[in-house]
Design a protein around this ligand. Structure first.
Ligand SMILES: Cc1cc2nc3c(=O)[nH]c(=O)nc-3n(C[C@H](O)[C@H](O)[C@H](O)COP(=O)(O)OP(=O)(O)OC[C@H]3O[C@@H](n4cnc5c(N)ncnc54)[C@H](O)[C@@H]3O)c2cc1C
Length: 478
C-alpha cells in the first residue's frame, strides 16, 4: 500500500488552520498540573514529548539551541522532500496547546540542568539528536570548499547558498549523501558525483532515492575512498584510492580494502556525508548519565530513564542517527514516563515494549487470488527537469478517487477482530474511544429468551430432572 501517500492526503486536510485538529487537555483532574517540565531539543523526539505532556496538562518549556525549531526535519531534510510549511503547521499546534519555546538557548552552555532544577523544573526530556557532521578525516579536509553534509544542509535549509562551483564530490553512500547531492544539483552544480567506498549492493541509501538522484543527473562512483583533498587554500581536486571488497564486517557487509591504486579528479567542492556525531554540549558534566562507545546516552529501553533519575532521553541522542518516526515514538514514551515520574508512580507497570514479531507469511490463511490486483496508485508529479531546478516539493498528492482505489488494495490482515467469547456486546467501548473509532454492528439476529420465559422453561423441566435424580439415588443404593 502507498501508505505514505495515504497519510499525506489525510494530513493535508489537517494543515488548514480552520479544519485542523487541536487536542484538548486530557487528564483525570480536569485542571493543569503544576509540575514544570523542560524538554531539551526541538526535533521530532522533543516535540512529540512536549505535545503529549502539554495534552496531559503540564506546563512545558522547550529549549532549542538554534533559532529554528524542528531539528533535522527543518535543518537536515531538504525542503524538496519535506516542506517546511508542513512542519511549521505542526509546531503551531504545540504553541496553541500552550508549549513555550525558548530558542537560541544551548542547554549545557547557556544554562545547566542544575540551574533549571533551581528554576523549578521537575523533570527533563533530553532530545538533542546527533547534530554534528563527521569530517572526511584526510589531509586537506580543512580547505575552503570542504563541508560536512550536516553543516551544508543546515545552511541550505536556512536559506543560504554555500559556494560550490561546478563540480562537487559528495562522500558517502547513505540517505544523507543522496540529499546532499540532490541539493548540490539544485544549487546549480553541473557535475555532482557521489563517491562511495563499497559497491552499489552495499549502499545503505534507499533504492528509490538513489534512482531519483540518478534521474536528476547525480553520478555514482563506487569502490573509491578519499585519501587527500588538494588545493591552495581552496579545494581544486580530490585524490581517491581505488578499493576492492574484502571479508564481511561485524554487520555482514563486505569491508572495503585499498588496492594501492590512486586517481585524482578535479573538484570545486567536497561534502562529506559519512555520519553524524552526538554533541552533549556539556550537559553531561557532573551528571550521573552514562554513555555508549559512540557517545549515545544510555537510557532504559522501556522507560527512557537515564542515570539521572529526573532525566529521560530519546531520539537520535539515544539510538544514534535513525528515523523521524522512531524519535516521535520515543518522545511519546518519554512523556508517559515523565508523567509517572512526577507523580511517583511505577515507571514500568503495563508498558508496551512493542516487540516486533514478523508475520509468518507461509502460514497466512489469505486467499490472495480472491483479492483484485489493482496497481499501486501514483500521484501526478512534476517532471525531473522541473524538480531539479527548485527546492520546492513538487511531488503531488493522490486524488480522493485514487485514495479510495489505493485503500481498496488493503488485504485487511491488520483488521481488529473481536474475541466473541469475551465481548458481551455492551457497547461501552464505543462511548469510551476518544477517536470514535469503534462501531458496534449487529451481525446476527439471535434473540435470547426473556428471563421469565427462561424460568418457565426451567420450571417445566424440573419434574423430569428431579425424577432422574431420585432414580439415580435409588440405583446407587442397590
Ligand atoms: C539529511 C537528513 C535526512 C533525513 N531524512 C530522513 C527521512 O527521510 N526520513 C526519516 O524518517 N528520517 C530522516 N532523517 C533522520 C531524522 O531526521 C532523525 O532521525 C530525527 O530528526 C531525530 O530526531 P531527534 O529529535 O532525536 O533529533 P534532531 O532532529 O536532531 O533534533 C535535535 C534538536 O536538539 C537541538 N539541540 C542540540 N543540542 C542542544 C542543546 N544543548 N540545547 C538545546 N537544543 C539542542 C538541535 O538543534 C535540534 O533542533 C534524516 C536526517 C538527516 C540528517
Amino acid at each position: 500500500m502507498a501508505i505514505d501517500d495515504i497519510k499525506k492526503f489525510i494530513a493535508e486536510k489537517d494543515l488548514h488552520a480552520e479544519t485542523r485538529f487541536v487536542p484538548k487537555m486530557l487528564n483525570q483532574i480536569g485542571k493543569p498540573y503544576p509540575e514544570k517540565i523542560a524538554v531539551i531539543g526541538a526535533g521530532p523526539a522533543g516535540m512529540s514529548c512536549a505535545y503529549y505532556l502539554a495534552v496531559k496538562g503540564y506546563p512545558v518549556t522547550v529549549f532549542e539551541k538554534e533559532k529554528v525549531l524542528g531539528g533535522m526535519l527543518t535543518m537536515g531534510i531538504p525542503s524538496f522532500r519535506l516542506d517546511k510549511a508542513v512542519v511549521n503547521a505542526e509546531i503551531d499546534i504545540l504553541r496553541e496547546i500552550g508549549v513555550e519555546f525558548k530558542t537560541g538557548v544551548e542547554v549545557g552552555k547557556d544554562v545547566t540542568l542544575a540551574q533549571l532544577r533551581e528554576q523549578g523544573y521537575k523533570a527533563f526530556y533530553l532530545a538533542i539528536g546527533a547534530s554534528r557532521g563527521t569530517a572526511v578525516g584526510c589531509p586537506g579536509d580543512d580547505l575552503d570548499g570542504v563541508y560536512t553534509g550536516i553543516d551544508f544542509l543546515r545552511e541550505v535549509n536556512i536559506g543560504n547558498k554555500p559556494e560550490l562551483g561546478d563540480s562537487v564530490a559528495v562522500i558517502g553512500g547513505g540517505n544523507v549523501a543522496i540529499d546532499v547531492a540532490r541539493s548540490a544539483v539544485r544549487l546549480g552544480a553541473k557535475d555532482v558525483t557521489l563517491i562511495y567506498r563499497r559497491g552499489r549492493d552495499e549502499m545503505p541509501a534507499a533504492d528509490d532515492e538513489v534512482a531519483e538522484a540518478e534521474e536528476e543527473g547525480v553520478k555514482l562512483r563506487f569502490l573509491s575512498a578519499p585519501v587527500e583533498i588538494l588545493g591552495d587554500g581552496k579545494v581544486s581536486s580530490i585524490k581517491l584510492e581505488l578499493m576492492r571488497l574484502g571479508e564481511p564486517d561485524e554487520k555482514g557487509r563486505r569491508k572495503p580494502v585499498g588496492t594501492g591504486e590512486f586517481e585524482t579528479i578535479p573538484v570545486t567542492a567536497v561534502i562529506s556525508a559519512i555520519g553524524q556525531k552526538i554533541d552533549m554540549c556539556g550537559i553531561n558534566e557532573g551528571s550521573g548519565m552514562q554513555f555508549a562507545r559512540n557517545g549515545a546516552v544510555l537510557a532504559d529501553s522501556v522507560t527512557y530513564q537515564t542515570g539521572e533519575a529526573d532525566v529521560f532521553a530519546g531520539g537520535d541522542v539515544v539510538t544514534g542517527p535513525s528515523f523521524a518516526i522512531d524519535a516521535i515514538a520515543a518522545g511519546k514514551e518519554g512523556a508517559v514516563s515523565i508523567h509517572r515520574y512526577v507523580h511517583k508512580h511505577t515507571l514500568t507497570l503495563g508498558r508496551d515494549r512493542r516487540d516486533y514479531k514478523a508475520l509468518d507469511k507461509s502460514n497466512v490463511a489469505l486467499a490472495l487470488s480472491s483479492f483484485d490486483n489493482a496497481p499501486r496508485q501514483k500521484a501526478a508529479s512534476a517532471s525531473v527537469e522541473e524538480a531539479k531546478k527548485t527546492f520546492a516539493d513538487l511531488r503531488g498528492t493522490l486524488t480522493e478517487e485514487q485514495i479510495k482505489k489505493e485503500a481498496d488494495r488493503c488485504l485487511g490482515c491488520g483488521a481488529v477482530s473481536i474475541d466473541e467469547y469475551m465481548c458481551i456486546g455492551c457497547g461501552i467501548c464505543t462511548t469510551k474511544c476518544k477517536f470514535d473509532a469503534i462501531r458496534l454492528e449487529k451481525v446476527s439476529d439471535y434473540k435470547a429468551d426473556s428471563y421469565f420465559k427462561l424460568l418457565a422453561n426451567i420450571a417445566g423441566n424440573a419434574p423430569v430432572a428431579v425424577g432422574n435424580m431420585v432414580a439415580k439415588k435409588i440405583s446407587l443404593r442397590k
